[in-house]
Design a protein around this ligand. Structure first.
Ligand SMILES: [Zn+2]
Length: 70
């Protein structure tokens, strides 16, 4: 199940616009402390009904409350 979500996270990440322009050193530190800036992504059809969020400051993805690193 986790592998499936990891695969989903990887494929969804490719759909997103480049977010790194919003990033800077301070925000990178926050992300390392797991203080991500989550945004909801409306991809219910692609994500099979899962709750998908992406971080605006790094490439982490949260699916149904679990964080996946890219
Ligand atoms: Zn982040």
């Amino acid at each position: 199940m986790r592998n499936e979500s990891q695969t989903l996270a990887t494929s969804l990440a490719k759909l997103w616009p480049n977010r790194l322009h919003e990033s800077n050193f301070f925000k990178n530190v926050l992300c390392r402390l797991s203080l991500h800036r989550w945004s909801q992504l409306d991809v219910r059809e692609l994500a099979q009904g899962k709750d998908v969020r992406f971080c605006r400051w790094c490439s982490d993805v949260k699916i149904d409350g679990e964080i996946y690193r890219q």
